[in-house]
Design a protein around this ligand. Structure first.
Ligand SMILES: C[S@@+](CC[C@H](N)C(=O)[O-])C[C@H]1O[C@@H](n2cnc3c(N)ncnc32)[C@H](O)[C@@H]1O
Length: 469
C-alpha cells in the first residue's frame, strides 16, 4: 500500500488510463459552454484588463522575458499533450521573444510522448523539458518564473505538498497562474446549489434533461461524483483555501456554479444555439448564476487568478473576493439553517427527539414523499438507542416492502413499511454528539407517473423520532 493511503496506486493507474488516449483535452465542450463563456465570463475578465486566459499567461511570460537578461523558466503542472504550452512558445517567438524555457510536468507518458513529438515538429525541442512525474511527490529542483496550473490543480491529492514546492521554487518576482475548478470535491453540487438546480430541472423539457453519456432522459438531475475512481476533482474544494495559505493573489476572478450542469459534457449538448428559446434560457441561467455568486448564496466553482510569494495589490471582480469565494466546508448549509427541507408548513420538524438534521434531506420531497433512497446528515444531541419510524403507504397500493436503515453507509436495521400508517420502533445505536449520515433504502418503488408528477417514490415519511438510549 502506498503511504498516500489505500487506493492511491489504483487511482494513479485510472488517471493514466483516462488520459492516455486523450488527444483533445478541451475539444468536446458543447456550444452552450462557449456561449456562456462569451456572454458571461469573457466580459468580466476583459473589465479586469485580461482579454483571455491565454493572453494572461503569455503576458506574464513576455513581461519577464523582456525584463530579465536570461531565460525565463516556465513550469506547467499536469501539462497534458502540451498543446497550449507550445502555443505560448510560438506566440512569444513570433513576437521575437526566444529566451523562454518550458518545463512540462505530467504524469502520463503517452501525453508526454505527444508533447515531445509536437515540440520536435515545431523545432523547439531544445526549449522544452519533459518532467514525467507525479505532482503529489514532485520536488522543485530549480527556480521558476512562471508556474501554470491549467485545469490541473483539481487533480491534486497532496495540495499542501505541491503548493509548498511551488512556493519554494518560485522566484521572488515569480507568479503562479491558475485556471481551475474550485467547487465541491468530485465536482458535485453543494446542497444550496443542488436545491436551485433541482428546481430548475423540474421546469425543463425532456430534451434538455437528456444525459449525453447514457442517452437517457434524467427525471432528476444526476449529481455525479467524478472523484469516485481517478483524481478528477479529488480535492477540488481545497484548491482555493489551501492555495491562499501558501501564496498571495494579485488578480482574482472566480465564477460559475449553478450554470455548470447546463454547459458541461453531460447535459450541455441538449442546448441548440439555433433555437432562440434555448439561447434565452441559457442567458437567464447565466444571469441567475452570476447573481447567486454575487449575493454569496452559492460559492464559485471556477477560478482564474495570479498568485505570488508576497502580498500584492488585488484586482477582483466586484465583491468576489478570495474570502467570500471559499465555501465553508464545516457546515452543510452556509446560510446556517438547521434544515432546509422545503415545505414543512406545520412548523413541526419531520425529525425529532435526540438529534437534529443538519442539512438537506436528500430524497424527501416537499410533501414528505420519500424516494427509494433517502439520505441526510444528522447530529445527535444525546445517545440514541432506537428510531421510531412513522410511515404511510396508501391502503390501495400493492407496492410496499422493507426499508434498510444505514448509519454512515453501514446497514444497521430493517423496517417493514406499509400498507397504511405504520409506527414502529427499530433499535439503532448512535453515540451522543456524533455527526452521521443516516440513510433509508426501500426495496420497492412507485412511479407517480400521472400528470406533471414524474417522481419515483416509495412511501410517505410521516415522522422520525430519535429515542434516547
Ligand atoms: C484536465 S487535464 C489538463 C491538461 C492540460 N493542462 C490542458 O489544460 O490541456 C489534467 C492533466 O493532469 C494530469 N495529471 C493527473 N494527475 C497527475 C499527477 N498526479 N501528476 C502529474 N500530472 C497529473 C493528467 O494526466 C492530465 O494531463
Amino acid at each position: 500500500m502506498s503511504d498516500r493511503g489505500p487506493g492511491y496506486e489504483q487511482r494513479l493507474a485510472r488517471e493514466r488510463e483516462t488520459f492516455a488516449g486523450q488527444v483533445e483535452v478541451h475539444g468536446n465542450l458543447p456550444p452552450s459552454a462557449h456561449h456562456w463563456s462569451e456572454r458571461h465570463t469573457r466580459p468580466k475578465l476583459e473589465a479586469l484588463g485580461v482579454p483571455s486566459i491565454e493572453e494572461l499567461i503569455v503576458g506574464e511570460i513576455a513581461e519577464r522575458a523582456e525584463r530579465l537578461d536570461r531565460d525565463v523558466v516556465v513550469l506547467s503542472l499536469g501539462s497534458g499533450n502540451g498543446d497550449q504550452e507550445l502555443g505560448w512558445l510560438r506566440t512569444l517567438a513570433a513576437a521575437g521573444q526566444h529566451n523562454v524555457r518550458l518545463r512540462l510536468l505530467e504524469l502520463n507518458p503517452d501525453m508526454q510522448a505527444r508533447a515531445e513529438a509536437s515540440a520536435r515538429e515545431l523545432g523547439v525541442a531544445d526549449r522544452v523539458e519533459l518532467l514525467t512525474a507525479d505532482f503529489n511527490t514532485w520536488r522543485a529542483d530549480t527556480a521558476h518564473d512562471v508556474v501554470v496550473g491549467y485545469q490541473a490543480l483539481h487533480h491534486v491529492l497532496d495540495l499542501e505538498h505541491l503548493y509548498g514546492q511551488i512556493r519554494a521554487g518560485l522566484d521572488p518576482s515569480g507568479v503562479l497562474v491558475v485556471h481551475d475548478m474550485i467547487g465541491r470535491n468530485g465536482h458535485r453540487r453543494w446542497p444550496e446549489a443542488l436545491e436551485v438546480i433541482d428546481r430548475i430541472w423540474a421546469t425543463l423539457p425532456p430534451r434538455l434533461r437528456r444525459n449525453a453519456m447514457t442517452g437517457a432522459v434524467d427525471e432528476q438531475f444526476v449529481d455525479i461524483d467524478c472523484a469516485a475512481d481517478g483524481f478528477e476533482g479529488i480535492r477540488a474544494q481545497d484548491v482555493l483555501p489551501v492555495l491562499l495559505d501558501h501564496l498571495h493573489p494579485s488578480l482574482f476572478f472566480p465564477y460559475g456554479n449553478v450554470i455548470d450542469p447546463f454547459v458541461d459534457r453531460i447535459y450541455g449538448p441538449g442546448f441548440d444555439l439555433a433555437e432562440p428559446a434555448d439561447v434565452r434560457l441559457l442567458d437567464h441561467l447565466g444571469t441567475l448564476d452570476d447573481t447567486l455568486v454575487d449575493l454569496g448564496v452559492v460559492s464559485p466553482t471556477h477560478l482564474i487568478g495570479l498568485f505570488h510569494p508576497t502580498e500584492q495589490p488585488l484586482r477582483v471582480h466586484g465583491s468576489r473576493t478570495p474570502e467570500r469565494s471559499v465555501r465553508d466546508t464545516s457546515v452543510v448549509d452556509p446560510a446556517g439553517r438547521v434544515s432546509f427541507r422545503p415545505g414543512g408548513t406545520t412548523g413541526d420538524r419531520l425529525v425529532r427527539g435526540a438529534g437534529v438534521v443538519t442539512g438537506r434531506m436528500n430524497g424527501v420531497a416537499h410533501d414528505d414523499w420519500a424516494a427509494p433512497s433517502v439520505e441526510f446528515p444528522l447530529l445527535t444531541t444525546a445517545a440514541v438507542g432506537a428510531l421510531e419510524l412513522r410511515t404511510f403507504v396508501p391502503d390501495d397500493s400493492a407496492d410496499h416492502g422493507s426499508v434498510t436503515i444505514a448509519v454512515d453507509g453501514v446497514p444497521v436495521a430493517k423496517a417493514d413499511v406499509g400498507p397504511g400508517l405504520r409506527e414502529q420502533v427499530v433499535p439503532v445505536a448512535i453515540d451522543a454528539h456524533r455527526q452521521v449520515r443516516l440513510s433509508f433504502d426501500a426495496d420497492w418503488s412507485i412511479t407517480a407517473g400521472s400528470g406533471a408528477d414524474r417522481r419515483t417514490l416509495a412511501y410517505i415519511l410521516v415522522g422520525l423520532r430519535l429515542l434516547e438510549r
